[in-house]
Write a protein that binds this ligand. Structure first.
Ligand SMILES: Nc1ncnc2c1ncn2[C@@H]1O[C@H](COP(=O)(O)OP(=O)(O)O)[C@@H](O)[C@H]1O
Ligand SMILES: [Mg+2]
Length: 384
């Protein structure tokens, strides 16, 4: 909401590009409050140079505030921020050499594409004797116009462009400044689904081409999983888990991450585990099974992903229920089942016959089962 009030020239790098400048961003013990309410407190965060780091979490968890603190658009109440090894905690936004791309890309409506792209550089040239020369501006502009497929559109006005083209001009305007890092706050959320998918792929390609740090904020976990080289899952201003996307997906550190990342979300059952001769025996509402592991606590949450259940009884854990809702998704069907108070979802091939009211039994292999402490809700990795 406040994002669109920030004009792009607020974050122009006025100094000549420091070619050796690294795009590592580090927050140490950072606290940010609005009034008495901390959005986050004593936060440590590392964004490696050259990474495509995605900050993902539900609405209101503090993602935008974090990004704006990195950009210097918000001050912080405690802690330090380093960019490229240099402390910038109190350095104004325009001197942090970062470029910010917002959801509302806010091009200047009265300027051509070319003028929009070169605006920052021209301003820099005027105010800084070490700024870019007209020849620099021309060659850098030609480079980004080519990179973003904007050739031939240079003299158009923004109103003569499609939404996707406008978004590319906004990116070109950021890239031409050669920032140390790109900060993006939900930049795709105003695009339609098709364009969003295309732009997603384009951003991944751009990142690979530029090799510059990208810090990308979204509430959309699918977007986060598909783009990130490093994923940071936030829960109410705290880092719930940070790691490679496949690691976060396959080994969620706690139930919050397990429930937040993945579509449809993971199923959970509260179960009792007893030691037995050959391992552990599991029992709960509509669920039975065995695991090789011993020495598990008595009461845990057992989780499994809807795509990891198969019809029949070939897995170590068996879940039963009655079909409630069947949703057709093209090649697959998403089936919601109930057993007492327990609800669970399984994704099966579209050819599977199944109708509401019918009993369903699904097997989950032991290696696809996730266990979480019933009290702390943290992941348990059972000793074999
Ligand atoms: N300028 C502000 N003044 C007071 N509270 C704010 C301000 N900006 C954000 N907040 C609050 O801080 C929290 C985090 O907001 P925000 O960073 O925008 O979350 P997100 O981007 O994850 O949705 C929310 O509770 C929000 O209401
Ligand atoms: Mg936000």
């Amino acid at each position: 909401m406040t994002d669109q009030l920030i004009s792009p020239e607020a974050v122009i790098d006025r100094q000549p590009l420091d070619e050796t400048g690294s795009g590592t961003i580090e927050l140490t013990g950072v606290t940010k409050k609005f009034g008495a309410n901390p959005v986050f407190a004593d936060l440590d965060l590392l964004i490696p140079d050259g990474s495509f780091t995605v900050l993902v979490g539900p609405s209101g968890c503090g993602k935008s505030t974090m990004l704006r603190a990195i950009a210097g658009l918000e001050g912080v109440d405690a802690g330090q921020i380093h960019i490229g090894g240099r402390e910038v905690t109190t350095v104004p936004a325009r001197d942090r050499k970062l470029a910010m791309v917002f959801q509302d890309f806010a091009l200047y409506p009265h300027m051509t594409v070319e003028k929009n792209i070169t605006f920052g550089l021209r301003l820099q040239a005027r105010h800084d004797k070490n700024g870019p020369t007209p020849a620099d501006i021309r060659s850098r502009t030609a480079e980004v116009v080519e990179m973003l497929g904007l050739s031939g559109l240079e003299q158009r006005m923004p109103s003569q462009l499609s939404g996707g083209q406008q978004q590319r001009v906004a990116l070109a305007r950021a890239i031409v400044k050669r920032p140390r890092a790109f900060l993006m706050d939900e930049p795709l959320s105003s695009l339609d689904a098709k364009l969003r998918g295309e732009t997603r792929a384009e951003l991944v390609r751009l990142h690979r081409q530029l090799g510059t740090t990208f810090v990308y904020v979204t509430h959309d976990q699918l977007e986060a999983l598909s783009m990130a080289t490093r994923l940071i899952v936030l829960d109410g201003g705290r880092i719930s888990q940070a790691g490679a996307p496949d690691e976060v997906y396959t080994r969620p550190a706690n139930m919050f991450v397990a429930a937040f990342v993945g579509t449809p979300p993971m199923n959970f059952h509260e179960v009792d585990i007893h030691s037995a001769a050959a391992g552990s025996v599991i029992a709960g509402e509509g669920i039975v099974g065995r695991l090789d592991a011993r020495s598990l606590p008595g009461r845990v949450f057992l989780g499994w992903r809807p795509g990891h259940g198969t019809l029949g009884d070939s897995g170590e854990v068996e879940v039963t229920g009655q079909v409630d809702v069947v949703e057709h998704l093209g090649d697959t069907k998403q089936v919601t089942c109930v057993h007492g108070d327990q609800r669970w979802v399984v994704v099966v091939p579209a050819t599977t016959a199944c109708a509401p009211g019918q009993p369903l039994r699904v097997s989950v292999p032991a290696e696809r089962v996730h266990l979480f402490d019933a009290v702390t809700r943290q992941r348990i990795d059972p000793a074999p």
